[in-house]
Write a new protein. Structure first.
Length: 94
């Protein structure tokens, strides 16, 4: 079993782990938003947003209800809705 996340583009595979900046290798959801950013929900590390090969982390330290992000969706205003283990949360990663 592989832990972490991978990005497959143009027949190349890139593997991301905590060594590359993910807050947690246990991935629960992956979503590409309307800006082309890869949004990764983790089991214990919150939300990781990959933009220009840099992970931007949103976690309980930043006000999330929980660091367990099980699913991700985007609304028409380009805000992310996160389903966590204790409820839904709206996040603007703009």
């Amino acid at each position: 079993m592989i832990s972490g996340a991978a990005d497959l583009q143009k027949c190349s595979l890139r593997h991301y782990t905590t060594s590359e900046g993910l807050p947690d290798d246990a991935i629960r959801s992956i979503y590409e938003d309307s800006e082309g950013r890869m949004c990764i929900g983790t089991r214990y590390g919150g939300l990781a947003v990959l933009q220009d090969d840099i992970f931007h982390i949103v976690s309980m330290k930043h006000g999330l209800l929980s660091n367990a992000v099980w699913s991700i969706a985007e609304d028409t205003q380009r805000r992310l809705w996160l389903c966590t283990d204790i409820g839904m949360e709206l996040v603007d990663v703009g």
